[in-house]
Design a binder for this molecule. Structure first.
Ligand code: CA
Ligand code: CA
Length: 203
């Protein structure tokens, strides 16, 4: 016959309860030392359910970006049923449609949450993020990146070539395609501004 436990058993409260049982003797059996049975019962905290996965901001990448370089977050914030929040690791799929960095468009990645002890995800909630692969139009000669080609770019070229100080976007600076950025490029930019002469790299 079992007692009510020590401390008294309360199934609603996590903890360890020890029950003591009195042996019911049958004929021919003695228990002069009053030995008892004992069993320990552990009531575990129930797992907390995830009720929300925080939405993630869309990510924009330039065409040609590999999946590994997108910068998909490695963790997401989830809200648990007690309104607490925590970060869980995410394992991303390959996107839908399947990610192809060489093709401009929108790809939606779905991430499986990596659960930790004490957390449940009965509804199988997942993380989701949209990745836009953008067609970046290279504007040759726009070395200061303000999307127009004008005299300020020429000044930036000069500062770069003469003093080596100014930052210029070297990806668009070599407008004659000879793999150096020098005065020839500046002349070509000037011709473009004044006479709208196309750059050699555009021909
Ligand atoms: Ca510019
Ligand atoms: Ca050049």
């Amino acid at each position: 016959m079992w007692d009510n436990g020590a401390p008294e058993y309360d199934g609603a409260t996590a903890g360890s309860y020890t029950f003591t049982g009195i042996l019911t003797l049958v004929e021919g059996i003695a228990n002069s030392d009053d030995l008892k049975a004992e069993v320990k019962v552990n009531v575990l905290e129930p797992d907390k359910e995830i009720i929300l996965v925080s939405p993630l901001e869309d990510i924009e990448v330039a065409k040609g970006t590999e999946k590994a370089a997108i910068g998909l977050p490695s963790t997401v914030e989830v809200t648990l049923e007690d309104d607490s929040t925590m970060l869980l690791s995410v394992v991303w799929d390959n996107g839908a449609p399947e990610y192809d960095g060489a093709t401009a468009g929108s790809y939606t990645f779905t991430g499986a949450l990596t659960l930790v002890e004490g957390i449940a995800n009965t509804d199988d909630l997942k993380a989701e993020v949209k990745v836009d692969v953008l067609e970046i139009i290279t504007k040759w000669g726009d070395v200061n990146g303000d999307e127009v080609v004008n005299a300020t770019d020429v000044l930036a070229y000069w500062a770069y070539i003469v003093r080596g100080t100014a930052f210029i976007n070297s990806a668009v600076a070599d407008v004659n395609g000879d793999e150096v950025v020098n005065a020839t490029d500046v002349l070509a930019v000037w011709a473009k501004i004044v006479r709208e002469t196309p750059f050699p790299v555009e021909q």
